[in-house]
Design a protein around this ligand. Structure first.
Ligand SMILES: [Zn+2]
Ligand SMILES: [Zn+2]
Length: 366
């Protein structure tokens, strides 16, 4: 076996100090030109494993005292005195300039030969000592954490996360979170966004973002069904049609309990006439109300009923069509066929439906 260096470390540390301190500093990996191609695809912000050689050390001890802890075997330690003198450290890539990588967290001194660089993978490089192999699941099933929060009825964390999707905290995103979590718990279902369950929303307001986040039924995975009724209501159902519908019966809950916030809302949002200070105040108030609503008994807010619904078939996978005019690809079924030729809607200026702030609208050219 023969190993050659692929580059060298530039660091302000010329002599080793304790690695915990070195970990706080930045250094540069200067990769030899002949290996530069191998750096393609690296992205700033990603984590890397740097494998390097403790080049100033040429002996090792299989057993002995260690810097920290009890005397022990070399393989039970991170000692640099090792049979093959290899160091392995995870770093963060801060910048990339040609064949130079600026990294943070490397505990290797100036001039250290670099033997390899690998992209760090949570799945491969992080061992989960938890019995439920939480992290492993996490990779394959991104909703593991959300499902756990639903199971634990941790509405506060769910709302915090839903806020990431929705962009702000407001009463209606909160009510959506609450309704969705309740329905999921009652139906005892989980969702991987593969249409195992569907959510039928009757409004496209903030409420529906709480629903999308918690149920995992989204606009993009076809498990979200939109009915243009203009009601703050949702039905969560399994594929056999067994569902629970929640309708916000106490639609005055915010006006009645937070009159000041409602006035502020009118001024800032409805009339677009608020000062920056008022806008700020509304935001804070809105957030406070959002979290407080989570505490309300669900029956005081919603009318809840068990329902049977017709669940549409799975989204069809069909062959593609192409527009004879602009050449763009069209999902089959959406083409406009004239004299045997397929066209897209905009090229033909045909009528179509558009979902926007007003709900579904028929947009007509003719
Ligand atoms: Zn909102
Ligand atoms: Zn076209």
């Amino acid at each position: 076996m023969n190993m050659e260096k692929i580059g060298i470390v530039k660091s302000e540390f010329e002599k080793p100090v304790n690695p915990e301190k070195m970990k706080e500093y930045e250094s540069t990996l200067v990769i030899d030109e002949e290996y530069a191609r191998g750096l393609e695809g690296l992205e700033v912000g990603q984590s890397l494993q740097v494998i390097f050689n403790f080049h100033l050390i040429d002996d090792y001890k299989l057993f002995g005292p260690k810097r920290i802890g009890e005397p022990r075997g070399v393989f039970a330690s991170r000692s640099p005195k090792r049979p093959n003198g290899l160091g392995v450290t995870a770093v963060e890539l801060l910048a990339k300039d040609g064949n130079q990588l600026r990294v943070k967290g490397l505990d290797a001194i100036d001039g250290t030969p670099i033997l390899d660089i690998k992209s760090y993978s949570k799945l491969m490089d992080q061992v989960d000592t938890d019995t439920d192999h939480h992290q492993g699941h996490h990779q394959a099933q991104p909703r593991t954490e959300i499902e756990k929060l639903i199971e634990d009825n941790d509405l506060e964390k769910l709302l915090l996360k839903a806020g990431e999707l929705h962009g702000h905290f407001c009463p209606f995103v909160s009510l959506g979170v609450k309704a969705a979590a309740y329905a999921m718990q009652e139906l005892d279902v989980s969702s991987q966004g593969m249409e195992e369950i569907v959510a039928v929303v009757e409004t496209n307001s903030c409420f529906s973002d709480g629903i999308q986040y918690v149920t995992g039924c989204t606009f993009g995975n076809n498990a979200l069904i939109y009915r243009d009724y203009g009601k703050t209501a949702v039905t969560v159902a399994t594929r056999d049609g067994t569902g629970i519908r929640l309708y916000l019966e106490n639609y005055n809950v915010v006006d009645e309990n937070y009159p000041e916030a409602s006035q502020l809302f009118d001024k800032v949002i409805a009339q677009r006439n608020g000062s920056a200070e008022e806008e700020e105040r509304l935001n804070k108030k809105w957030q406070q109300i959002a979290f407080e609503l989570l505490e309300y008994p669900i029956e005081e807010l919603f009318k809840i009923e068990e329902v049977e619904i017709d669940v549409p078939d799975y989204a069809p996978i069909k062959e593609d069509k192409f527009c004879s005019e602009c050449g763009e690809k069209i999902m089959a079924g959406k083409e406009v066929t004239i004299e045997g030729e397929d066209y897209c809607v905009p090229c033909m200026e045909s009528n179509y439906l558009q979902l926007d702030g007003r709900g579904l609208e028929l947009i007509g050219h003719v």
